[in-house]
Ligand binder design. Structure first.
Ligand code: SF4
Ligand code: MG
Length: 321
């Protein structure tokens, strides 16, 4: 079947000193073609790692990643390069991701050249068409990244990500650094492009109102694990996991205006997230959960279907206590 899938035992390990940081642990996730799956959670919970793992910018230490139903986990570099055409990433900080010494034309053309195209007139035409499509003028081609605003730079980043006509895009905090009005423009652009080009998005963000706007389904991540996954209407109206409930309770009324409200809309949960190097045993949320029971300190709750299409990992919901 055609989908993007990581799991069932996929994790990404990174050694820090002698310890292994299991930034993403035992995550199983399926992304359907044409959908936008939102991925939320506090910074450091493993969202970005999961996104990079899916497109194999990082290697999973265990488990599998399927793309269009094919296992891409063990691909040799040459095959992987072919697969990569189909999957791209848009970063939070386009300025950091764009080479300041390259013109916009060269930046957007580079993926074509890496994949074997000649930097000729036909390639330049493709770049010009893509720049126009993302809302930049033809004159942008000969300029350098520093000559553009944050929103325009994000359009350059999007043009670069789309030039190979991929089907799957990881948007990693793609609008988080932008002002609210600019955010809306970029989100609208991403939605238009999705329609036109049949794109599938993994939309990683810590801002729950933006995720609500753009996503079809939303996954909530805590300390390297998915704790809840549901259609967005259901997740926002009736969150089941205590962590999701806490996140949503911290968000003020929709349509926050101004910087203060926007800051307040960011994820906020009492207490600090424990270290991912030495995560709490049992339910990883038990050190902060108002409902923690004895079993929570010992047994990790499985991510189980509580209603059709609604998954949550909490002992309160699975009647195992
Ligand atoms: Fe809280 Fe226990 Fe549920 Fe974890 S399993 S969220 S600690 S009630
Ligand atoms: Mg991140």
């Amino acid at each position: 079947s055609k989908h993007f899938h990581v799991g069932p035992a996929g994790w990404f390990g990174r050694r820090i000193g002698g310890a292994v940081l299991r930034a993403v642990d035992d995550v199983s996730l399926r992304i359907m073609p044409g959908e936008t799956l939102g991925l939320v959670g506090e910074s450091g919970c493993g969202k970005s790692t999961l996104g990079r793992l899916l497109i194999r910018l990082l290697e999973a230490s265990d488990g599998h990643v399927l793309f269009d139903g094919a296992d891409i986990t063990g691909l040799a570099p040459k095959q992987l390069r072919e697969t990569r055409r189909g999957m791209q990433i848009v970063f939070q900080d386009p300025y950091g991701a764009l080479n300041p010494r390259m013109t916009v034309e060269d930046i957007v053309m580079e993926p074509l050249v890496i994949h074997g195209a000649k930097p000729d007139a036909a390639a330049r035409d493709k770049v010009a068409a893509m720049l126009e499509r993302v809302g930049l003028s033809a004159r942008a081609a000969s300029r350098f990244p520093h000559e553009f605003s944050g929103g325009q730079r994000q359009r350059i980043g999007i043009a670069r990500a789309l030039i190979l006509r991929p089907r799957f895009i990881v948007c990693d905090e793609a609008v988080s650094a932008l002002d609210v009005s600019v955010q809306a423009q970029i989100v609208n652009l991403l939605q238009d492009l999705q329609q036109e080009m049949g794109l599938t998005y993994l939309f990683i963000a810590h801002d729950l109102s933006v995720v609500r706007h753009i996503s079809d389904r939303v996954a909530v991540m805590y300390l390297g694990r998915i704790v809840e996954l549901a259609r967005k209407e259901e997740l926002y109206a009736a969150p089941l996991h205590p962590y999701t409930q806490a996140l949503l309770a911290a968000v003020p009324a929709p349509h926050p205006a101004g910087r203060a409200a926007r800051r307040a809309a960011r994820l906020r949960v009492a207490g600090d997230m424990p270290s991912a190097i030495n995560p709490p045993p049992g339910c990883r949320f038990h050190t902060r959960c108002p409902h923690a029971m004895a079993i929570c300190r010992e047994v990790a709750p499985p991510l189980a279907e509580t209603a059709p299409g609604h998954l949550a990992a909490c002992h309160l919901l699975t009647k195992t206590h």
